[in-house]
Write a protein that binds this ligand. Structure first.
Ligand code: UDP
Ligand code: MG
Length: 312
């Protein structure tokens, strides 16, 4: 049973050695094991350290991108190039505890499940404001998307070959893995664990980075914003019709004293705002369509110690 472990790394020079040591320890019992480090265009010594590891341990493989393409692209490159019967994705910062791996393998070997996914039951150590917005995002996306997206779910999961093949076949360029995992289905066992803080370095996500990512997730897995735009259009047309009738009747009865321009301006501004908002929503989807139609590669490989690297 071969196990591939995909590790996306972006500027993780301080985290790599502790991670490798821990992995070395927990995978002792696994006979056929490979670590596939994806260097996502790091600007520090990440690639150098990975290369050193690979020269002393032939289980270490790496693919290095020509620039930073983002974690989603790194994970996709990993899936496209993983050869194991079981494949897992794991963060380089040890926030996905390597010590869970043997247990995950055992559960998959039980045969009942196709994947073992992990879920943080606490967000201890994370900035309050980030937890608040994360929770809000999950609440919203779970309401408006048909896909099962679990709150607190990590990208850290171990999957059977069939599942990896399904992920590779989903070749959209706006990738949102949590949605993709839910969309493809399969039987998943959820393994809860307490949040762990990163071993070294700091998070690569800024507030706006996360905001953009969550909009990608919503646009990628729900059409509800478009429906909101059309429903608000219908609603305001209806309101306008009623107002028209009211004003018409009032003019017939009371005559036409000129008054009420402030309210007119307010209504115009309000409707104008709603129109631009709706256009913006449509624009988001159009932008995504535009991106998809360009069919650009997901990532560009600059170096690797793997023969025939799969490029997508
Ligand atoms: N990562 C990556 N490319 C990026 C940003 C992050 O490959 O552009 C990797 C990073 O090296 C780490 C994982 O994705 O292994 C998760 O990143 P991070 O710990 O910054 O995210 P957080 O845990 O704060 O959500
Ligand atoms: Mg992290």
């Amino acid at each position: 049973m071969k196990i591939s472990l995909i590790i996306p790394c972006y500027n993780e020079e301080d985290a790599l050695l502790p991670l490798y040591e821990e992995l070395f320890r927990v995978t002792e019992s696994m006979s056929d094991f490979e670590m596939l480090f994806i260097d996502d265009g790091s600007k520090d010594h990440t690639l150098k350290i990975i290369k050193e590891l690979s020269s002393s341990d032939e289980r270490v493989k790496y693919i290095s991108f020509s620039r930073n393409f983002g974690k989603e692209a790194a994970m996709y490159a990993g899936f496209c190039n993983s050869t194991g019967d079981y494949t897992a994705v794991m963060d380089a910062d040890m926030q996905d505890p390597p010590s869970l791996l043997p247990e995950m393998v055992k559960i998959l070997e039980g045969g009942e499940y196709d994947s073992v996914a992990t879920r943080r039951v606490s967000r201890k150590g994370e900035p309050r404001i980030r937890s608040f917005f994360s929770k809000l995002f999950y609440k919203i996306i779970r309401k408006i998307s048909d896909t099962d997206i679990v709150d607190g779910a990590r990208d850290f999961r171990l999957m059977k070959r069939e599942m990896v093949d399904a992920i590779v076949s989903m070749c959209e360029s706006n990738r949102f893995s949590k949605g993709i995992f839910g969309w493809i289905g399969f039987k998943t066992y959820w393994l809860p664990y307490e949040n762990v803080e990163r071993v070294a370095g700091k998070t690569k996500w800024s507030f706006f980075g996360l905001l953009k990512y969550s909009i990608d997730g919503i646009v990628g897995f729900s059409n509800t914003p478009l429906k909101i735009a059309s429903w608000s259009g219908i609603f305001f047309t209806f309101v306008a019709l009623i107002m028209l009738i009211v004003i018409f009747v009032r003019t017939l009865i009371f005559g036409d004293p000129v008054a009420g321009w402030p309210s007119t301006i307010c209504i115009m501004l309000f409707i104008g705002g709603i129109q631009l908002f709706s256009l913006g929503i449509i624009g988001q989807y159009v932008a995504k369509i535009y991106n998809e139609t360009k069919k650009r590669p997901h990532y560009i490989v600059a170096q690797s110690n793997k023969e025939d690297v799969v490029k997508k």
